[in-house]
Design a protein around this ligand. Structure first.
Ligand code: 11C
Length: 342
């Protein structure tokens, strides 16, 4: 039979994308429950032509549920174990369980075999990690990765609907010669906020003791876990830019032995979920405006390090809400549907 499915956080940016993807991909489900906080309970949402009423998420909500898609946030910590207790497999988009050794952290094109080791919870990586991993894996398969230096150019959708609204409102205010109000970025939890419209903010999430941000340390630890190699050095700088929903990343990778541009491009071409857009003569390269709303990530500006024959430079761009969140989680769910019976 088809699985009974719940979406937790159905009214948020990632939750809404789950619904769009259910329709686009004709994801098979028997029963569907849309869950959210008490504030959003009662909202009516249409999924595949049927109207559903959003219910307040409680431990009992997961009775009879086979697959629970958690859109993210701190609620995962309390509700994921409750859902598992009731027999559901939770695919969790929050950072809560990602580094738990009992929880697989999965990008389906990169380490699908890890899904089979789950004990009830499967974690979806951070969006900037997922997008970078799609470019790293074809290179890693040609020669093991030793070191990565990455700078990100991240969309406001990473801060949810509120981030998107803030960029919209600040842009309108600036054009009307009014003051821009800032309440969300770099992080709603912090006392100080800066406008993102017509600006660039070199901080995503809070600072850690080593002066790297939490977002940067996610890129370090999650990349090592996904590629199964804690010795890989990752040196990230994560930056917020005024773009709506696709993250871009400039990545310099050092491998164990030299890899040619031609071999790397061919490997990227053959890699699922990745499109090579790399033609300098025709000014063709990936840009966030054109990857938004699309499933595939795009890679370009592929070139060797000028001074190190083991260094490869590339630029990778992908939709943060899709491949960076909802699509990646749904691909994990599709893997489960294909591999096991409910
Ligand atoms: C951002 N990467 O762009 C963040 C959002 O751990 O899932 C996602 C945070 C996470 O702001």
């Amino acid at each position: 039979r088809k699985p009974n499915v719940a979406i937790l956080g159905a009214t948020g940016a990632v939750g809404q994308e789950f619904i769009t993807l259910f329709e686009e991909r004709q994801f098979p489900f028997a029963e569907l429950k849309l869950l959210a906080s008490a504030r959003s309970a009662g909202t009516e949402l249409s999924v595949c032509g049927k109207t559903y009423i959003v219910e307040e998420a409680k431990p009992e909500s997961f009775e009879g549920i086979d697959i629970a898609l958690f859109a993210g946030g701190s609620i995962s910590k309390t509700l994921a174990p409750e859902a598992v207790k009731r027999g559901a497999i939770v695919i969790d988009n929050s950072s809560t369980f990602r580094m738990d050794p009992n929880v697989p952290l999965v990008v389906p094109e990169v380490n699908p075999e890890d899904i089979d080791t789950h004990k009830g919870i499967i974690a979806n990586p951070n969006c900037s990690t997922i997008i970078m991993a799609l470019g790293l894996k074809p290179l890693h398969d040609l020669s093991p990765i030793k070191r990565i230096v990455v700078s990100t150019y991240q969309a406001v959708s990473g801060a949810g609907k509120e981030g998107i609204d803030e960029l919209n409102n600040q842009t309108k205010a600036h054009m009307a010669e009014q003051e821009m109000e800032a309440n969300i970025l770099p992080s709603a939890s912090l006392p100080k906020h800066y406008p993102i419209a017509f600006n660039v903010i070199p901080q995503i999430d809070i600072f850690m003791d080593n002066d790297y941000t939490k977002e940067e340390m996610k890129m370090v630890l999650e990349t090592q876990k996904i590629l199964h190699d804690d010795a890989i050095q990752v040196v990230p700088t994560t930056i917020r830019i005024p773009v709506f929903r696709s993250h871009s990343e400039s990545v310099l990778v050092e491998t164990e032995s030299p890899v040619s541009v031609a071999d790397f491009k061919a490997a990227c071409d053959a890699f699922p979920g990745l499109i090579v857009k790399d033609n300098p003569k025709e000014q063709e390269y990936p840009m966030p405006l054109y990857t938004s709303g699309k499933d595939d990530c795009e890679i370009g500006r592929i070139r060797k390090d000028l001074y190190n024959d083991k260094g490869m430079n590339f630029w990778i761009v992908g939709d943060q809400i899709r491949k960076g969140a909802a699509l990646n989680a749904l691909q994990i769910a599709e893997y489960l549907v294909e591999k096991q019976s409910f």
